[in-house]
Structure formats: C-alpha cells, structure tokens
Design a binder for this molecule. Structure first.
Ligand code: AMP
Length: 237
C-alpha cells in the first residue's frame, strides 16, 4: 500500500513525501480511510507506531476541505497527557499542514500563558493541549470549544491513570457540535471502554502492537563523539 492509495489530498501527499515517509505504517493504513470518512476510531497503539499521522493526516484533509463555521474558531482538539507529547503532535501538524490553510496551536502549562493566548487570538483551527492549562484558559474565556467538530484523546489510558477522567468527560460534554471522537490508547482499560461506550458511535477498531514490523520505517544512525563534542555534532546534523 502507498499513501496515494489512501486518497489524501495532494498537499498532504507532498508533505508526507517531503517528510521522507515512503509507505504508511500499519496503523496509518487501517485508520486513515475510516477517519477520512468521518468515522469514530478506537486505536490500540503506542507512541512509535506512527499514530500521530494516523489521525493528523485525515483530520487535516477534512478540515481543509470544508470552510470553518466561524472564522478563527477551534474546530479540532487533541488532548494529550504531557507537554512533550503535545509539542511533538504540534510539530507534526505544522509539518503535514504547511501547505494548507489550517492553523494549529499548542497549549501546556509550566510556561507563561501570554504566547498561547496571543496564538488563540490570531485564530487556531486545531488546538493540541494538556488538560490543566486548557481548563485554565477556558475558565479565563480564551478558549471556546462550542465549534469543535473533531476530538482526539491521545494516550487515553495514561491520561485517565493521571486522574483526568472528569476533565475529559466535562470537555466532551461541552462540545455540542462534535461529530467524531478518536481514542488512542496503549491499553484498553475499563475507563477507556467506558468513554468509548458513552461517547463513540460505531467506532472503527484498530489494534497495532509495537514490534519491529509495525514501526514506521525509521532510519537510525550512531555517531561516536567525545563528551565535549556533543553540541557540535548535533549542530552539524
Ligand atoms: P508517532 O508514533 O506518531 O510518535 O511516530 C513515530 C515516528 O515515526 C515519528 O518520528 C514520525 O515522524 C515517524 N513516522 C510516522 N509515520 C511514518 C511513516 N509512514 N514512515 C516513516 N516514518 C514515519
């Protein structure tokens, strides 16, 4: 299978090819077609299997194909437990969506909120957020979720283990216009099942175990450098 077979739009195919991806990973091959059709997805997959592109590519395709209901409104929300993951997902959205009129932004705690507030004022279609700072900004009136069409809960089991279940269900209850929900989890715990049961409809289920075969084709290199030479070596790369 190739990315062309997945019927993604031309700008996305170009971005994927420029990112150096040759073939879709198993989770991408299974998840992209149903998500492009607007179906809910339950993906049992770990980080490292290419799951970010599995939801980001069809999401960008759908968002860029339809005009926003209201200019500058948040149309998609991705909730993830840690700021490192939030930043990684944001970087992927920037990479895949660079030729599209879809603007992502990232929200997490531990840093001054002003930059995030400014980005929201400029208008963000896709918000990638950690729950704590998202609630803070919502309570201050900087983020509105009433126009969100698509919601992805990333690393759902970890998020629920960290005690965010009520934050997640309160967020879901606020999204009156939500059309679909993607749930990604390394394990399908009781709480994850409960959320799927209450908030998903006829979800496509995709399970991918993390083994060599299911990992995207990533090339790894090793460089031996002296302790003092690390920064210079990284700068060269
Ligand atoms: P993820 O599981 O989404 O964190 O992705 C793990 C890594 O695989 C990231 O560095 C992606 O850029 C990379 N990746 C995702 N899909 C592919 C693909 N189809 N081919 C090669 N690399 C990929």
């Amino acid at each position: 299978m190739t990315f062309n077979d997945l019927k993604l739009s031309a700008p996305l195919l170009k971005a994927v090819s420029e990112a150096g991806y040759e073939t879709p990973s198993p989770i991408q091959a299974s998840a992209i077609p149903p998500v492009l059709e607007g179906r809910d997805l339950m993906g049992c997959a770990q980080t490292g299997t290419g799951k970010t592109a599995a939801f980001a590519l069809p999401m960008l395709d759908r968002l860029s194909a339809a005009a926003p209901r209201k200019k500058g409104a948040v149309r998609a929300l991705i909730l993830t437990p840690t700021r490192e993951l939030a930043q990684q997902i944001y970087d992927n959205f920037v990479l895949y969506g660079k030729k599209l009129p879809v603007y992502p932004t990232v929200i997490f705690g531990g840093v001054n909120q002003q930059g995030q507030v400014n980005a929201l004022h400029r208008g963000a279609d896709v918000v990638i957020a950690c729950p704590g700072r998202l609630w803070d900004l919502m309570n201050q009136g900087f983020v509105h979720l009433d126009k969100v069409e698509t919601f992805v809960l990333d690393e759902a089991d970890r998020m629920l283990d960290m005690g965010f279940i009520h934050d997640v269900t309160r967020l879901l209850d606020r999204m009156d216009k939500r059309k679909n929900l993607g749930l990604f989890s390394a394990t399908i715990s009781r709480e994850v099942m409960d959320i799927a049961w209450v908030y998903q409809r006829d979800a496509e289920e995709v399970t991918v175990r993390e083994d060599e075969q299911n990992k995207p084709d990533i090339k790894q290199f090793r460089m031996d450098v002296s302790f003092d030479g690390k920064a210079e070596a990284i700068a060269k790369i």
